[in-house]
Each structure stands twice: as C-alpha cells, then as structure tokens.
Design a binder for this molecule. Structure first.
Ligand SMILES: N[C@@H](CCC(=O)N[C@@H](CS)C(=O)NCC(=O)O)C(=O)O
Length: 266
C-alpha cells in the first residue's frame, strides 16, 4: 500500500537544499522550515562529497538551465524537489521568500485559513528586509569588497541600523504579536499555529542578537512579547532546542550575520 503523502515527505529526502557550505546565511530560513516540520532533506554543500560543485553549477554565470527544464538560478539558496517539476521531473526554485512560500504550503506552515497565507508572507518578507538590513551594516558599499575596505561606511550604516531600523522593525513585530495575542499568545505571529513567519523572524532575531548583542540587550525590556515570549518561547520548543544542539546547526561566521564589536552599541 502506498504511504500517505505527508509520511513519504518525511522519510524519502525528496528535498535538496543548495546553498553555500559552512554558514547559516539565508539557507537557514529554509532549513528552519524543514526542521520545524521534521522534514528530511539533503544539505548538499555540507553533506555530500563534492556537493558545493553541484550547488555552483545551478547558479553558474554560464548556465542556461538544466535537463529538467528549469532555468538557471541567480543566487542561492536554491531548493530542488525531486519529481515535482515539469512532467514529473525535478523542480528547482530559488529566492528565499519563494522557497518559503512553496515549502510553507507543502508542509503546513501557512496558518489554518486561506487569507492567513498572505499575512504570513507579508511578515516573513518584512523579517527578510530586516535580515538584508543586517547584512548591509557590514557590507554597505559592495558585497564583493572586503569589510575592511568599507569599514567607515559600515560604522555609519550600523549606527543608523541600531538607532533607527532596529527599533522600527522591533516595534512593528511587537505590535503584530500584540494584534494576534488572543490567538497566538505572543508565541505566534499569525493564528495559533507555527508558520514560516515565526521560523523566519526567529532566525532574524537570533542573527541580529548575535551581530549586535549590546544593542539588543539594551532594548530587551522595550519589546517583552517579541524578545521574551516569542523569541524565548520558540527557542524552548522541542524541535528547535534539539536542532540548535545538533551539528546540523552551523555557527555564525562570514555570512549575513557577523559580529564586529565596533559596529555594536559602545
Ligand atoms: N533575494 C535573494 C538574495 C540571494 C543572495 O543574495 N544570496 C547570496 C547568498 S545568501 C549570494 O550568494 N549572492 C550572490 C550574488 O548576489 O551575487 C534571496 O533572498 O534568495
């Protein structure tokens, strides 16, 4: 007898995450959606011998697409889904928010009513804007330049990020949690169930806390729902606590979230 779809998804590794090796980066938003639902996947660059070459081939500047009819990707993260593409071939999709939209729908992370999907997506996109802002603090001029060659601009950008952007984003997320408090109890942004808005925002908060520990500490009491109930509550959920302890959780280093003490509150 054929296994039910949800069971099959959890055991046959139909998903491959194609991302840079050894850093959480934007790949972490995808990993968390998969981890939260107990979905098995292959983290190709970290788990397969020669895996990064396979990842690079998908966004190679000379690529004109693959044998499954997928176009080339611009940049990782990229998700490969076996058997879900054109005529049962493999589907290859990119753009973090697009992957989250796909996985969220497949894995039940989009709330329980149809309209909630668009709220979930709106909040996840806003969290990813904050993630981009955190990246730009250390690379405000150009991603290809060394941090050391754009340090002056990084100091200025970080000051604005800490003093203007962090409070603006944190206040917004605090108010979203407040607006959903009757259902979400401060633990969920939309409805009463975990969504990819929750997993994505959690990862952005964790990254911002890593990059700007003094700034976030100083603001801890201003956002009790966000930094207390939501961030702390989710961190204690079994799946996340176990994942954070596992060797699948990669350490922050040279990715989106970097800790340069000089960019933090002094
Ligand atoms: N908007 C894209 C941005 C993708 C992106 O910037 N990926 C990084 C790694 S996290 C990269 O390798 N970029 C190469 C490039 O932009 O040239 C997304 O969210 O997926």
């Amino acid at each position: 007898m054929a296994e039910p779809q949800h069971k099959r998804q959890k055991t046959d590794k139909k998903y491959e995450l194609l991302y840079h090796p050894r850093i959480p980066g934007r790949g972490e938003y995808v990993r968390l959606a998969l981890e939260a639902t107990g979905t098995q996947f292959v983290d190709v660059a970290n788990q397969e011998e020669g895996g990064y070459a396979k990842v690079q081939a998908v966004f190679d500047p000379k690529s004109v697409g693959d044998e499954h009819g997928n176009p080339p990707a611009f940049a990782p993260p990229i998700l490969k889904v076996h058997g879900e593409g054109k005529e049962g071939k493999d589907l290859v999709i990119s753009q973090t928010s697009n992957i989250l939209l796909y996985l969220g729908s497949k894995l039940g992370l989009i709330g329980s009513q149809e309209h909630e999907l668009y709220i979930v997506n709106e909040i996840a996109l806003t969290a990813l804007d904050l993630s981009d802002g955190a990246h730009d603090t250390h690379h405000p001029l150009a991603s290809v330049k060394f941090y050391e060659d754009q340090k002056e601009a990084a100091l200025e950008n970080s000051k604005n990020f800490r003093e203007v952007r962090i409070p603006k984003f944190f206040s917004y997320f605090e108010r979203v949690l407040k607006s959903n408090e009757a259902e979400g109890k401060g633990r969920h942004l939309v409805g009463s169930k975990l969504t990819y808005a929750d997993t994505t925002l959690w990862q952005v908060l964790d990254g911002v806390k890593f990059a700007f520990p003094k700034e976030v500490d100083a603001r801890q009491d201003d956002y009790p729902l966000l930094l207390g109930t939501f961030y702390g509550g989710l961190k204690q959920e079994k799946w996340l606590a176990e994942y954070l302890e596992s060797d699948r959780r990669l350490k922050y280093s040279m990715g989106v979230f970097r800790h340069y003490p000089e960019l933090d509150r002094q």
